[in-house]
Structure formats: C-alpha cells, structure tokens
Design a protein around this ligand. Structure first.
Ligand code: AHR
Length: 337
C-alpha cells in the first residue's frame, strides 16, 4: 500500500474530462462553473473547503482536526465547513460528503471513520470536478484514482518502529497481546501489517491474542484485566495501537498488583502529552509518534490540486519515536498535542 511517492499526477486531467462533459450537458450560454463546484475561489478568491471529519475520538483526533481548522482560516482565504461524524457513524459522513458535492464546494477533505464504502461518493465528487484529499485515514480497497492524495504519517513504518523496539527489548522473545483500534479502519490494518512484518517473523514471540478497544482507555483497561486473569498475569508486552488504550492497559496492570514498565511493558502509537508523561514516569516503555499537525501540508496539497499542479498520491508526514523516560521528559515542555 505505502510508497513514499506513488504517482505524480494532476487533478486537472480528470477534471478536464469531466468539464467537457459538464459543458456539453449545460449548453452554450452557461459556464457550468458554479453548478456542482470546481470554481476554486471564484467568488472573490475564497476557497470553500468541506471537511468530512471524524469528530471527538481522543487526544490525537482533537489535535489533528483543530490543526486543520486553525490552518484553513478565512484570513488565509478559506471558508472551511467542518462536518464531524455523528458518533463515528459513516452514514453521517456520507451525508455530509453528499451535501458538500451538491453545494459545489471547491475541495473536500475526508477523514473516514470506515475504510470501505466510499467508491460512489468519491466518483460523484470526481464527476463534479471536486478534488478530494484524504486526511490521515485511507480507503479500502485503496483506489488512488478516486482521490488526489492521502496525507498521513506512514502507519506501516510507524508500527515497524514499535516492533523493532520490541525485538531489541525482548531478545529472548515475549508473550504479547495487541490492543487494536476499531475494525474496518485502514490505520488498524496498516499498523497490524507493519507489526506482523517484523514480529510475526520471530518464533520467539508468542501472540496471546488481539482485541479491539476502540481507541478507548476504559475499554482497554477492561480488556487487559480479562487478559491478565486468563493468563495468570503471564504477559510480557502489550502493543497498544494508540496512546489512550496504552494508558488503559497501565491501569489494568496496576490494578492487578503489577508494575507497568517492569512486570509488563507497554508500547503505544500517537505521541500525545498524556503518553509522554506516562513514559517519563516509566509506566509506558515506548511511544511512536503519529504526527497530527499537518494542516500546512494539507493547504499545499489543496493549492496544488486546484492549480492543476502535480500532487503525490501519498504525502507522508514525518514522525519520531520516544524510547526512554529521559526522551519523553525532554520533549514534554514544547509538546503541542
Ligand atoms: O487514525 C489515527 C488514529 O485515530 C489515532 O492513532 C488514534 O488515536 C485516533 O483516534
């Protein structure tokens, strides 16, 4: 799935084709612009951006969506229409997407709560000459002819960094359990793919099991409580696919009378303040950042797409890792999310 620069292409190519169609349909007198979008900044230069967002879902999501909203400002020439999902429900996202297409916005940003089920919506946007940019989440099956670009850190490489740390930390192997995000979300599959590519190949590592805890601290706590009981506390490592779930695992380990970081080590993905604080205290053992602050990159992609310039179909946002309390303590003062 992931390549650093997949294909350079221009949105215009597809748009031009659709324009011809529209113009043909509308007849001589009518430009067709304004009817179903594509009129980037036609009205005095303001670019209307429809943001089909996820909404409340934890610290990472809040940081990412706030960063997008703080970047696409009116001062910068944007009219950002923020449409968070209702209770993470995909139908509410598809409804918002459809109304943005009908309204004729200039560009759509999409953070999909579910990977599958977007073909029809994306095709409609394409026919309406509205470029779509995926924010963080991918679509499945991944058909990059249906969108301009995806902007996100590289989930497979981020997850591999956690797996490589696990191999170094447990040279004789380990019994581990994976806390996954919600089923059907692209990043969950990508993070499993990266982890399995590294740890899956190691016979000394035993997978006790995996279960979704829906990015939630409370759900992760109860899942890990059950896993510890079922295994007589004989678990060496928890791989939590996000920080909130890792913090839930730490609570469960403490409630079992064990010490997180010593009896059971926890590795997480995201890199939020709460996780770095827990790492600085030794309650977490490794945190791989999944950088949410890429609003500026999104503005560049929107500008390029609307100008018909080349846009990489996958723009990878750089991320780092934290493997010690010292590294976390050092990063905390300037942490923005
Ligand atoms: O899609 C990214 C994931 O969504 C983050 O890792 C998680 O915290 C968020 O809810």
């Amino acid at each position: 799935m992931k390549v650093s620069v997949r294909t350079r292409r221009t949105f215009v190519a597809a748009a031009a084709a659709a324009t011809m169609l529209t113009l043909a349909a509308c007849g001589p007198g009518d430009s067709g612009e304004g009817d179903g979008g594509g009129d980037a900044g036609g009205d005095g230069g303001t670019t209307t951006v429809g943001f089909v967002a996820v909404g409340p879902e934890g610290a990472w999501r809040s940081a990412n969506e706030q960063n997008i909203r703080d970047t696409f400002t009116t001062d910068a020439g944007y009219d950002l229409k923020y449409a968070p999902a209702t209770n993470l429900d995909q139908k509410s996202q598809i409804d918002a997407f459809t109304s943005f297409v009908d309204e004729g916005v200039d560009v759509i940003l999409l953070s999909a709560t579910e990977g599958s089920g977007w073909e029809d919506s994306l095709t409609r946007a394409q026919e309406a000459e509205i470029p779509v940019i995926l924010i963080d989440r991918g679509i499945e099956p991944d058909d990059d002819s249906l969108y301009v670009t995806r902007i996100a850190p590289d989930n497979i490489e981020v997850s591999k960094s956690v797996a490589n740390w696990a191999l170094e930390t447990f040279p004789d192997g380990a019994k581990y359990f994976t806390l996954e995000g919600p089923a059907g979300v692209s990043v969950v599959n990508e993070r499993n793919e990266g982890w399995d590519e590294v740890v899956g190949a190691e016979s000394s590592f035993t997978k006790v099991g995996a279960q979704t805890a829906n990015w939630s601290t409370d759900e992760a706590k109860s899942v890990v409580e059950t896993v510890l009981k079922a295994n007589n506390n004989d678990i060496d490592l928890i791989f939590a696919q996000n920080d909130e779930m890792g913090l839930g695992a730490a609570l469960a380990i403490e409630e079992a009378g064990l010490t997180p970081g010593e009896d059971v080590k926890i590795a997480t993905i995201d890199g939020t303040k709460g996780a770095l604080e827990a790492l600085s205290e030794g309650r977490l053992s490794f945190v791989a950042e999944y950088n949410p602050l890429f609003g500026d990159t999104a503005v560049e992609a929107v500008t390029s797409a609307l100008e018909g310039a080349d846009v990489d179909s996958y723009i990878i946002v750089p991320s780092t890792t934290f493997d010690s309390p010292e590294a976390a303590t050092e990063a905390l003062p300037d942490r923005k999310f």
